[in-house]
Design a protein around this ligand. Structure first.
Ligand code: NAD
Length: 259
């Protein structure tokens, strides 16, 4: 039987990259989906792809900014109104921001990245945990990063926000385990998504693929991860099979974090 038959999964940042790949994976396994993104057109794109792999899937699309507390309350309420519950929550939307030395790092830029990557994750946790505690079940995966485990450099906002996501995960995991709810973070390394493609193209619009090869040369596996590889992990972590995995951060990075 399918791991997600009868289940409801809520995903932020579902219009692209890791959110989209995870939506496709859980949909293939029977899930109903509530998909949130800032970008309405990209949500439609994900819905189209979902219906290709799971033609009978029920899909709710919600255009919302995860950095807006009220919008977060709304996307959680809309999901529960439509589907009656939330089994899994992939708290994933995030941005990278401009890279710079700490002394040159713009304060506006710092706040912008923290607002989305950290505050957005916190707002999502607040609202979804209320629902899950009442239900007495649920699983949450927050998207951190290698940059949330170790220093990468030139990423004050990103590093602070992603280390913060790991902290929120550990903190809420120990609070909510007693209610049957497990909360984990994933720490992806370099995964070839539109976000990463965009940063490589900023460095070199023409030979960005070459830049990419150099970029992953220090990785033990010397390649980028694929979004679907993250999708498999997220589906497992959101499934009942992973209920006892709680309050931890799981790298998916070809070995980069512990090199
Ligand atoms: P992506 O840019 O391909 O997808 C992110 C999606 O989130 C986009 O559709 C975007 O519209 C949406 N989004 C951005 N800000 C939002 C907001 N304020 N409200 C709602 N939606 C918003 O990027 P991705 O690579 O899939 O990244 C997903 C997550 O994974 C992010 O948190 C990112 O930091 C993290 N991550 C990615 C990598 C990687 O190598 N790709 C590595 C580590 C961590």
């Amino acid at each position: 039987s399918n791991r997600f038959d009868g289940k409801v999964v809520l995903i932020t940042g579902a219009g692209s990259g890791l959110g989209q790949a995870s939506a496709l994976q859980v949909a293939k396994e029977g899930s109903k989906l509530s998909l949130v993104d800032l970008n309405a057109a990209s949500l439609e794109e994900t819905k189209g792809k979902v219906l290709e792999v799971a033609p009978t899937a029920e899909v709710l699309l919600i255009t919302a900014n995860v950095a807006d507390e009220k919008a977060v309350e709304n996307y959680v309420n809309e999901t529960v109104e439509r589907f009656g519950k939330i089994d899994g929550f992939f708290n994933n939307a995030g941005i990278e921001g401009k890279q710079n030395l700490t002394e040159d790092f713009g304060i506006d830029e710092f706040q912008k990245v923290v607002n989305v990557n950290l505050n957005g994750v916190f707002y999502g946790l607040k609202q979804v945990l209320k629902v899950m505690r009442e239900q007495g079940f649920g699983s949450i995966v927050n998207t951190a990063s290698v940059g949330g485990i170790r220093g990468v450099g030139n990423q004050s906002g990103y590093a602070a926000s992603k280390h913060g996501v790991v902290g929120l995960t550990r903190n809420s995991g120990i609070e909510y385990g007693q209610y049957g709810i497990s909360i984990k973070a994933i720490a992806p390394g370099a995964i070839m998504t539109p976000m990463v493609e965009g940063s490589l193209k900023q460095i070199d619009p023409v030979n960005w693929e070459e830049v990419g090869k150099q970029f992953v040369e220090p990785n033990p596996m010397k390649r980028f991860g694929k979004p679907e590889e993250v999708g498999y992990l997220v589906a497992f972590l959101l499934s009942d099979q992973a209920n006892f995995i709680n309050a931890v951060v799981i790298p998916i990075d070809g070995g980069q974090s512990y090199k």
